[in-house]
Structure formats: C-alpha cells, structure tokens
Design a protein around this ligand. Structure first.
Ligand code: CAO
Length: 550
C-alpha cells in the first residue's frame, strides 16, 4: 500500500483557480482519470482527473479554495507497494506518458517566439491541431471562422471537445483565412491541418513548442506554405476557455466540460437546464432530470426538431407565492390544436361592423314567441343562419385542403361549429345542415349543444364535420379579436359585443347598433378578395335579415 498526494497539475499558468465542486469523498474508491474536483478560473472550467486509482484517505481542499499548480488536492491510498509519492493529477507536459486528462486544461497564451526571418512578408501557412494531450482523436464541434475572414493572432478558429474539456484552437498569426479544410463534426488529432492562413507580414508568433514539432516557415521561402501548429506543445489544451468554448449557444451557463459534451450529444440547450450544483452549476444529474421531464411532457414544448426556440421555464416561486395545478385534458388538447393551426396556417384577419339595429328590433319583437317556445333568442342563431347563406354563396370559405395542399375539397353541406366556453375548456360542437334549418331550430340547437358542452356530455360525432366556425364573445365583451382557424376548416368568424355607435347617414350621425365581426382565414386558400366579398355579404345579410330568405 502506498499513500500518494494528488496535486493540481499544470493548469496553464492559472493562479488561484477556485474549487467549485468536489466530486469525491473520503473513503471513495476512485478510478484512474475519474474527475476529482472542478476548478474554475476566469477563462476555464475544468475537471481535474485522478492520475492514479485508489482510495481517498483525506481531502486537502474545500469548495471555495483557490488553487494553483502543485497544491495538494487529496491523499490517495494506492495498491502499489511504493512508499509515499506525490503526483500531479495531470502529468506535466514534460512527464511521459501524456494522458488524455491533460486535455482538460485551461487557457494558455500562445508564447510568442523569436520573430522568424521574413516576418515582414505575407505568407500562406497551414494551421494544424496542436498537441492536445491525447494520442487519440477528439471531436471538432464548431468552426468559428469562414474563408475570407480576417483573424488576429490568438483568435479562436475552431472548438474541439473531448469528454474532459472543450478547447479553442487559436490562430497562430494574424491574417486572412484562405481555406478551411475541416467541417464541424469531424474527428481530428494532433497535426490535422484545419485551415490555411495568409498571414499579415509573416508568422508573428510561432508556438513555443519544440522546434521538431513545429516547423516554422522557411525563412528562405516566405511564400511557401508552412505548417504552423496553432498552439504550443507545452499547452496541450491551448486556449482552453471551456467556460465559453463549449457554449457557443449557452453563454453564461455554468457547467463543466463533461456536462457540456453530454448536453451537446443529447442536443440539450444548456440555457434550458436548471443547475442544482453549487452556485447553480449544471450537473449530469440535472441533464438526466431535464431529459426525463422532457420525455414525460413532450407536448408541452415545441416538437423535437421543429427548430423553434423554446420558451424557458421560469421559477415563479422566486417572486412570490404560487399555486400550480394540472391543466384539463381539454385545455391541453386545445393548446395543441391552437399551436398546430398557428404554426401551419398563414393567418389573416379582416374586420367589419354589421349594422344590426333592425335585427335587434326583430329579435325584441320575437321575445314573447321565444319564451313561448322555451327559448332564449340571442343574436347568435341569426349570425349562424346568415353565415350559412354567405358560405353557400362563397363556398371557398367552407372548403378544405387535402393531399398536402395539392387538392381543394369543396363541400356541398353546411355544418357550422360554434365555440363554447366551458369550465373544463373550450369545445366546438357542430350544428349540421344549418342552411336547411330555421332560426328557431338553430336557437334550440345552440342551447342544447351548449348545455351538453358544459355538462361534458358531447359525443365525438357532435364535434366533427364542421366546415366553418363561429366564435362569439358578444356576451362577454371586447371590441374585436383575431380568432384562430380550426383546421381543416379555412375560415372562422369572431363575433364581438354589439354596441350603439354614431353612424353617419349622409346628413347626420344616427345611433345604430353595430356588431363587430372579425374573419380570420387560411391565406393559402382564401385571398383578401374572397374574404372581403364574403364578409361584405355577411354584413349585408345581418343588416337586413330578411335577405337570408332570398
Ligand atoms: N353583442 C351584444 N350582446 C350579445 C352578443 C353580442 N354579440 N351576443 C350575445 N349577447 C348577449 C345575449 O343577447 C344575451 O343577452 P340577453 O339575455 O339580454 O339577450 C347575453 O349576451 C348572453 O348570451 P349567451 O351567452 O347566453 O348566448 P349566446 O347565444 O350569445 O352564446 C354560447 C352562446 C354558447 C356561444 C356562449 O355562451 C359562449 O360560450 N361563448 C363563448 C365562446 C368562446 O369562448 N369563444 C372564444 C373562442 S377562442 O378562445
């Protein structure tokens, strides 16, 4: 048995990197390269892996400690027979063999080398992947430049990602990108040529790598393409700014390289994930929980692959008392239908007011007859009847698309749906063959279907087969609204609250009862002319309800 002290490795010169998380405890049996702690500097977030396997006997650090290279992290009892030894978690670059964990390193400046001969001359150089501390391949996850881009020395060109770190490969010199030889998604290793760069007046700085590994531009042939490793071998994880590198779309997110990699593999936007670690750091468990929640509630957010930006979840409890309750099945179905319609149909809404002064007088005249029949006669049955007449005159408004939009289906029937507001949610029962029914019949059906809807007793077939929908908020109020079409229908009429308005009759303003109407339609099928003609006809029918008989 041997007792070993695991120390902070070369972390690229970062002094006082903060311990933000301790991933092991005394007594833990740890594997080689298992992550021990997470350090964070102003440039990088890095997991420090174990350079030996064994049992943790003591921890020398606490969260919040500031560590630099050489500081003790923990004591490890290894199975080896050697007497107490000391190892850095990541072997220094001089040490052999280099282990993959060396990749987890932080920002390292490109060490400017002595200016090569020919510095003042422009030349074309190949930019290659530097020594990234591993013999194997790593993923190139993002290309940050395009051909023709001007870059300054040190600007990041591509982002690499291993399971331990994300790292940016910087431009070895200022210049213009002449060619890009890689795409995001490829695997690369040390020496892979990623781009050619036309330098501004030569290679200003060559990596502080052994000359053998870093061929400099031949002084005698400044125009010849030179291979210049983007970062020094001493800086295996050159310019590892994991905190930013791994999150081109997750800036400000607090997560380590392994979590970022996992998130990328699952296509998870880290901005959507709530971190449960210290200082809200995102842990792997948070990703698991995020995925599990997403699977449980697939309908609550945009369908995968829809490319829609997701509305972030908000912790409302942070701002005050809240109460959360599950939504009704009808509410959730309605939400799905609304979203489907809104996303698929190009909606246009057209507005007009119908003068229903005479209609209202007629309705008042019919009040006793309505009572005799046991009915309440609201404006709605008249509106539905007028819609049926207008729809038959303008049948395109009651058509539907089929064959993915290649076919238009015309209907020789006229079933109209009416939106009913119920405590359980919005439902749309359908009144059939409304064009063949009297206003009394329609009033009776409105009452019957509304009652069934509110008692949740509607059958499925009573909500099918509509060609058009009327949504009346007249009893509730409002000057107008833009209803959402109920596919496969192509149009919907919104009815708002009628009111007495001053209307100019050519000589004077007269008080008239005006009914605000809004017609939304699927602009793939209905154009403004179709809609305008339909609405004008409807307004005329309501202004003189006798016309429905003609
Ligand atoms: N302008 C002024 N008053 C109106 C009116 C209008 N456009 N429409 C109805 N009213 C009046 C009625 O005349 C009645 O008053 P009186 O008793 O004095 O005559 C009162 O409002 C109540 O009407 P009602 O609601 O009982 O009957 P209705 O036929 O107008 O509506 C129904 C029936 C089922 C459509 C309605 O109750 C309903 O649920 N509407 C909501 C529909 C909805 O939610 N649409 C939105 C969908 S998108 O979110």
């Amino acid at each position: 048995m041997a007792e070993t002290t695991i120390r902070v490795p070369d972390i690229g010169g970062a002094e006082g990197a903060e311990v933000v998380e301790i991933l092991v405890a005394v007594g833990d049996q740890i594997e080689l390269e298992q992550s021990l702690i997470v350090l964070e500097s102003d440039k990088a977030s890095m997991e420090i892996p174990a350079s030996a396997a064994g049992t943790v006997t003591a921890l020398n650090v606490a969260v919040g400690d500031q560590l630099s290279e050489g500081d003790a992290i923990l004591q490890l009892e290894t199975g080896e027979a050697t007497a107490g030894s000391e190892v850095s978690a990541v072997p220094s670059v001089e040490s052999e063999p280099a282990v993959e964990s060396a990749v987890a390193e932080p920002e390292v400046e490109i060490a400017p080398a002595a200016a090569p001969a020919g510095e003042s001359q422009s030349q074309s150089i190949e930019v290659t992947i530097p020594d990234i501390g591993t013999d194997g391949e790593v993923d190139l996850v993002e290309v940050l430049v395009a051909v023709g881009d001007s870059v300054a020395e040190g600007d990041s060109l591509v982002i690499l990602e291993s399971d331990k770190a994300s790292m940016e490969v910087p431009a070895p010199a200022s210049g213009t990108i002449e060619a890009l030889l890689v795409d995001a998604g490829v695997s690369v290793s040390e020496g892979t040529v990623i781009a050619t760069l036309r330098t501004e007046g030569g290679v200003a700085s060559t990596p502080a790598a052994p000359a053998a590994e870093t061929p400099a531009a031949p002084a005698s042939a400044p125009e010849a393409a030179a291979s210049v490793t983007a970062a020094p071998a001493q800086a295996p994880a050159s310019a590892v700014s994991a905190a930013t590198a791994a999150q081109p779309s997750a800036e400000g997110v607090y997560a380590g390289p392994a979590v970022r990699k996992l998130a990328r593999e699952f296509g998870i936007d880290l901005n959507q994930v709530k971190g449960s670690g210290p200082r809200n750091r995102i842990l792997k468990e948070d990703l698991h929980a995020f995925v599990s929640n997403a699977l449980k509630a697939p309908r609550s957010e945009a369908p995968a692959g829809a490319g829609l930006p997701v509305i972030p979840e908000v912790d409302f409890a942070k701002f005050g008392d809240i109460e959360a309750e599950p939504r009704s099945r009808i509410d959730k179905l309605t939400a799905d239908n609304m979203r489907r319609s809104w996303l698929n149909l190009p909606h246009v809404t057209q507005f007009d007011d119908a003068d229903i002064t005479e209609l209202e007088q007629f309705r008042a005249d019919m009040k006793h007859e309505a009572e005799r029949r046991g009915l309440k006669l609201s404006p709605l049955p008249f509106i539905l009847k007028a819609c049926a007449v207008a729809l038959n005159a303008h049948p395109k408004l009651k058509s539907s698309l089929a064959d993915a939009g290649d076919t238009l289906v015309s209907k020789h029937y006229c079933n109209i749906g009416m939106a009913v507001d119920t405590p359980a949610g919005l439902v749309v029962p359908v009144i059939r063959d409304i064009d063949h029914k009297t206003v009394w019949d329609i009033a009776q059906e409105v009452a019957d279907l509304a009652a069934l809807a509110r008692d949740r007793k509607l059958r499925a077939d009573q909500m099918q087969g509509g060609v058009f929908t009327v949504s009346s908020l007249g009893n509730i109020g409002g000057r107008g609204f833009t209803p959402i079409v109920n596919p496969p229908e192509v149009a919907i009429l919104g009815v708002s609250r009628a009111d007495i308005q001053p209307v100019w009759d050519g000589a004077t303003f007269v008080p008239r009862k005006m009914l605000p109407l809004s017609l939304s339609y699927d602009h793939r099928v209905i154009n403004g002319g179709d809609a305008g003609r339909f609405l004008t006809e409807l307004v005329g029918l309501l202004a003189d309800i006798r016309m429905v008989l003609m």
